[in-house]
Design a protein around this ligand. Sequence first.
Ligand code: SF4
Ligand code: SF4
Length: 612
Amino acid sequence: MTQLWDFSGGIHPAENKHQSTARPIRVAALPEHLILPLQQHIGEPATALVKVGDRVLKGEKVADVTNGLGVPVHAPTSGIIESIAQLPVPHPSGMTDWCITLRPDGEDQWVELQPFADYRSLERDQVLDMIRDAGIAGLGGAGFPTDIKLRPPRDRKVATLILNGAECEPYITADDMTMRERAEEVLAGFKVMAWLLRPERCVIGIEDNKPEAIAALRAATEGTQIELAVIPTKYPSGGEKQLIQILTGMEVPSGGIPADIGVMCQNIGTAVAMSQLIFEGKPLISRTITITGEAVREPGNFEALIGTPVQHLLEQASLQPDQVNRLVMGGPMMGYTLTTTAVPIVKTSNCVIAATASELPAPPPEQACIRCGMCAEACPMELLPQQLFWYSKATEFEKAEHLNLFDCIECGACSYVCPSSIPLVQYYRYAKGEIRVQRAEQLKADRARERFEARQERLEREQQEKELRRKERAKAAAEAQAKKKAEAEKAAAEGEAVDERSAKSALVQQALARKKAKTEAAATAKELAAAPAESAVEKPDLEALEKQLTQAQAKLETMQGMLEDAKAQQADNVDKLERAVAKNHDRVDRTQKALTEAREQLARNAETQTPD
Ligand code: SF4
Ligand code: SF4
């Protein structure tokens, strides 16, 4: 006999479960369209892998999460992708979201299935990858991806694995009927989970208001080490934290998760999905859902394809449209009102209630709080609902958070007992939503600030690098200029030396020429003076003088050319060359004069030798 503990608070609302347990689970007929929201549970939305017009097979992956937390979506039957568009999805706000619409072709043709009955021969990581690939997320609660949940941190060993069969919320009987009819599958899936986690203890918790399911599970667990714990019926014993407390006596710390105390809870539907994957190779494409309420003539549970429109399921249960006063997705305690029957069921949908006006009447008007304290007595989380209400209503969210607002599981027990008909849970949801928005905005602002600061840093760094590069370029340019200047100076110095040498050489040549001309002129004059008689009769050497004149003129031209060159090359040599040119002018003049004198002498000589 399993030892049980109790949790604080709790209530005993009318169960209203018998209406939907009178019939066995029915397989819902194929609808005309299947609508597959890309986001069906907590985490990131999936990205479509198909396009309009594609034909897909049953079980084919049509969308997957490529970045972040999430699992893929599979085609529930074979058919044609008709659209990828924003459509109404099951959500308290009545919002729309991206959905793939599949038109079934009626052939229900499967992809090739790969069962892994011998899963124990595989690596655990391989099995976990298969679970993710099969799109399995928790079929109760927020739909947390099962593969992630089955990979607890290494430092948090799961000692106790619990299968949650409590199903405490009124009206909902999907798990009850599943346990009754598919107990072996439930056990098979639970064993796979146990193999993955290797806990010390495996226990199935089930409320004592489900005798048929208890009997079926008892038979299925016979001879195994799995405990079957039958717990008293009290709402919300199916809450994860409450069931853990009932079965282990331990409390999940505020803000913590079950893994913090070595416990993990899994859902009945999730266990069935695990079994179908491992032993049949099937991804998660359908689930059991309760369609109930006094506005349907044939309430019951349906095995329905994910994506089946609610309208189609209501018709399967013989909806009486004129009787419907309120449509609820989920149970009357934690569910929300549907604004349209066009929304599809998703992986986390467990119940639709088509309630008449007398069945779920509109709540009476909200009255002032009379501080009766009944809400606090009913709260299973030992919170202060009255104070949370005040702070939420006054938008003093910080104070509400301080009173552990986020520990509230939104079970609705406080609202249920409130004599003032205050919709307490709505206030808490509003406050949580606002806080989440504020956090998201704060996060966004922080990220924007971080991006701005990072940009500023980058710009400053780039500016510094640019300045550094500019300085390096300037330095290199200065060095290059200095080098060029040095080379130019060196070249100029070498050129000056060459010019100087050229000028000196020219001067030497000129001096030699002058000396030679002088010597020749002196010799000519000496010859003429020393032998007047003979000279008188000798003819002067005009030819030689003309030749000398020609040579002197040629040299003059050379000197003038050199002068021009020197002027162009170096101004310093101009004076020297000008002087050299002037000297050569003198020389030419002297030579010219000497030639003239010689000619005159020759003429005089000719006159004296001419006979009278
Ligand atoms: S139950 Fe309602 S009326 Fe009573 S204390 Fe709580 S909020 Fe106030
Ligand atoms: S809804 Fe929240 S505050 Fe109210 S009883 Fe449940 S846990 Fe407590």
